[in-house]
Write a protein that binds this ligand. Structure first.
Ligand SMILES: Cc1ncc(COP(=O)(O)O)c(C=O)c1O
Length: 389
């Protein structure tokens, strides 16, 4: 939403208004939800507003895509059935047999599984590297690459990669630089502004924000028209589209992203600081802690440090499992980014698929998705569960 008084509206103004124009016929403030598979044609090939068939385009999905492109500062966005469907559409747009993917060594397990189990058997080479080490990244990219896959903050170890530095290295190697921005959300971090070519999201998480939908998105940076066109074609031709009701829920959720992320971040910071000195806790991984190795880079490229953190227990894997099963407000569940707090044991839950690979996560690790409940209740819940170890 651009007006003469506000040529560059703020984040929340865009979140609330971009893609959410009141209905022309009725004035309904919230655009209607288009639950339809097809559209009336006034003559053969004469479409109203360009709408023909809902796999190709649906107004509700278009509204969400407009909103997401505005929030990431992108030129185009495409919404998919899940985060992995979004990742797959992007990868199949770029990769051919013989292509090479360089990926960070701490990413969502399903992302590694997608490349390792589907694309590698089709002749794609996958190399996993420590992306927080710029020299290691440079060395890995020396032979050239087609995709540099960056996740920052990473899942579940909360590693921070320098997006601008990696974008330069990736481009020099001829790679499309992709950032999974799921943990940060576009409110906290905008990778396209730091030089990335494309951003992917599991909109299931912070963008939706209420644990009531599954979705994903690819947002392309300005000037990436060719890539945008092929991702759009993959959405249409492969068909893993975001359904209209999920798109409508995602758009509604994303309107409150900024206020939620501020609260998630403040509460996670309080919890990280609280856990730091606890005798049952061996390590706290949260980029908002000054001692975190990526703190300075995160402070540079993020607005705040987000709602995710992980911790390692002095009591080892047994203590981690007991803690994950021992909280009451934090619910034991996969996923993240909702208003309710969740606790998980990554090595057997979100990252079970990377056991025995270079991405295997420590077995004494517990991951927290800090929700927006009263932080005193969250701290008390963790304290009580830690006391029972
Ligand atoms: C960082 C990250 N990226 C991508 C995904 C995949 O998203 P989805 O579960 O919506 O397919 C997840 C899921 O947990 C994730 O945590």
């Amino acid at each position: 939403m651009t007006t003469p008084e506000h040529p560059t509206p703020g984040f929340s103004t865009r979140a609330i208004h971009d893609g959410s124009v009141p209905d022309e016929r009725t004035g309904s403030i919230v655009p209607p939800l288009h639950l339809t598979s097809t559209f009336l044609q006034d003559g053969i090939g004469s479409f109203r507003g360009g709408y023909e068939y809902a796999r190709a385009a649906n107004p509700t999905r278009d509204h969400l895509q407009t909103q997401l492109a505005a929030l990431e500062g992108g030129s185009a966005a495409y919404a998919f059935a899940s985060g992995l469907a979004a990742e797959d559409a992007l990868l199949r747009s770029v990769l051919r047999p013989g292509a090479r993917v360089v990926m960070g060594n701490d990413v969502y397990g399903g992302t590694h599984r997608l490349v390792n189990r589907f694309y590698v058997p089709w002749g794609v080479r996958l190399d996993v590297v420590e992306l927080t080490d710029t020299d290691a990244a440079r060395a890995a990219l020396e032979g050239g690459a087609d995709v540099l896959w960056v996740e920052t903050p990473s899942n579940p170890l909360m590693k921070i990669a320098d997006i601008a530095a990696l974008a330069d290295l990736g481009h020099a190697a001829g790679a499309a630089v992709v950032v999974d921005n799921t943990f940060a959300s576009p409110y906290l971090q905008q990778p396209l502004a730091h030089g990335a070519d494309a951003v992917v999201h599991s909109t299931t998480k912070y963008l939706g924000g209420h644990s009531d939908l599954v979705g994903g998105a690819v947002v392309l940076g300005p000037g990436r028209d060719e890539l945008a066109e092929s991702v759009g074609f993959a959405q249409f031709a492969v068909g893993a589209i975001n359904g209209p009701f999920d798109a409508w829920l995602t758009q509604r959720g994303a309107k409150t992203l900024a206020v939620r992320m501020d609260r998630h971040s403040a509460s996670a910071q309080t919890i990280a600081e609280h856990l730091l000195g606890h005798p049952a806790v061996a390590a706290v991984h949260y980029p908002g802690l000054p001692a975190h190795p990526g703190h300075d880079i995160a402070a540079r490229q993020m607005r705040a440090f987000g709602g995710m953190l992980s911790l390692q227990l002095t009591g080892g894997p047994a203590a981690a499992r007991t803690l994950a099963e021992g909280t009451e407000v934090f619910a034991l569940a996969e996923s993240l980014g909702g208003v309710e707090s969740l606790i998980g044991y990554p090595s057997e839950m979100t990252h079970a698929s990377v056991r025995g690979t270079a991405l295997a996560v420590p077995e004494d690790l517990v991951r927290l998705s800090v929700g927006i409940e009263d932080v005193a209740d969250l701290v008390a819940d963790l304290d009580a569960a830690l006391a029972r170890l």
